[in-house]
Write a new protein. Structure first.
Length: 367
């Protein structure tokens, strides 16, 4: 099969979950003899390669504006991809669904991974929220197959749009610490810090984590890795709340995979605060890295974590209490970690993810 992967920043995966998904899926499909092309945003890659891990790379422009970055590049990609006659056109993000109309007009086979409920994100105004909501419906009309990466998203599309979706989650690699000395770059020691890795957006709650941590009396540090591509009032408040606290470490975004692995594998406990979205890649990697996880109590978290961690409601005092519980019951944490690793091994394996997508694509091309 000839497969086009469209709608993300591209590969190598240096920016987020969708990019990692395309990298892991694309390289496996090429190993199985399929021809895979990934469309990459030109402005995100100073070094441009013709191929990466067997995948063909195509670089096209994108409008560097928050509201147009993704959709503009997807339109350019679709226009380029149509005459290439791919067997399947895979698109990520429901926000890209208007671009599917061009593919439909040329009778192309379309799969879309909708991602989470983008319209719930606090960073968007009324117009943007309405657009994202409309995009969900457009996706259900134009795509031949809609992928839900979590059971919660699957239930949402069934109840909201009476649409049947295919459930295929993401995967994760089991992590193991081999170079803990890398932590010295950030002034950290194994087991001596709470961790959160996320974008600095209200619905991900890094500010709540800071407020909860400041209520604790502990020598362990708090490390929050991430940021935002466009500065906001929320990101500025995070900087303000952490200013003057040497035990709160904000190193920004980190793309060094070896360093990230050590940071994950050596944390005392991980705080997962993402309220919207489906199966969150950071949560999967947290569990795969043998971390004790404290997750916000929403359906997306419970679908993945189940009884392999503990949960908190959106309240700084409640979260602080959960963090204190972990400090007071350290001898109980290994049992939770073991359950988390086993859930990843059984349910969130990249090879199984690739199997499911390959089967889906083959089924579509037969029809």
């Amino acid at each position: 099969m000839k497969i086009a992967l469209i709608g993300t920043r591209g590969v190598p995966a240096n920016y987020g979950g969708f990019e990692t998904f395309y990298e892991e899926l694309g390289k496996r499909l090429t190993e199985r003899g399929h021809q895979v092309t990934v469309y990459c945003r030109d402005s995100y890659y100073a070094k441009k390669m013709d191929q990466y891990l067997g995948m063909e790379l195509v670089y096209l422009p994108n409008l560097k504006k928050k509201s147009l970055d993704t959709l503009s590049h997807t339109f350019f990609s679709v226009v380029h991809a149509i005459p290439q006659h791919y067997d399947v056109y895979m698109v990520c993000n429901a926000a890209n669904s208007p671009a599917l109309l061009l593919l439909r007009l040329f009778y192309k086979r379309i799969v879309i991974n909708t991602d989470g409920l983008e319209w719930k994100r606090g960073k968007w105004g009324k117009v943007a929220k309405a657009y994202y909501k409309l995009s969900e419906r457009i996706a259900t009309i134009l795509a031949h197959r809609v992928i839900a990466d979590s059971r919660g998203i699957q239930s949402y599309y069934a109840s909201e749009y009476n649409t049947s979706t295919t459930f295929i989650p993401y995967g994760a690699y089991l992590g193991k610490s081999t170079k803990p000395e890398l932590l010295e770059k950030l002034g950290l020691k194994p087991g001596q810090y709470f961790l959160q890795i996320t974008r600095f957006e209200p619905e991900n709650n890094p500010l709540l984590t800071i407020e909860a941590y400041k209520k604790l009396k502990t020598e362990k540090k708090l490390v929050i890795i991430g940021g935002v591509p466009y500065e906001s009032d929320y990101s500025r408040k995070i900087a303000s709340e952490s200013a003057g606290h040497s035990d709160i470490v904000l190193p920004g975004s980190i793309y060094d995979k070896e360093l990230l692995n050590e940071i994950w594998c050596n944390c005392f406990a991980y705080v997962h605060g993402n309220e919207v979205g489906g199966t969150n890649p950071a949560l999967l990697q947290t569990m795969a890295s043998n971390c004790f996880t404290i997750a916000i109590d929403v359906s997306f978290s419970r679908d993945v974590l189940d009884d392999a961690g503990i949960f908190f409601t959106k309240d700084a005092t409640v979260l602080s209490g959960r963090m204190q519980w972990a400090l007071d019951h350290e001898w109980l944490l290994p049992a939770y970690k073991d359950k988390a690793v086993e859930r990843i091994r059984l349910n969130y394996n990249w090879d199984k993810v690739a199997d499911d997508y390959e089967k889906l694509f083959l089924d579509m091309t037969k029809r």
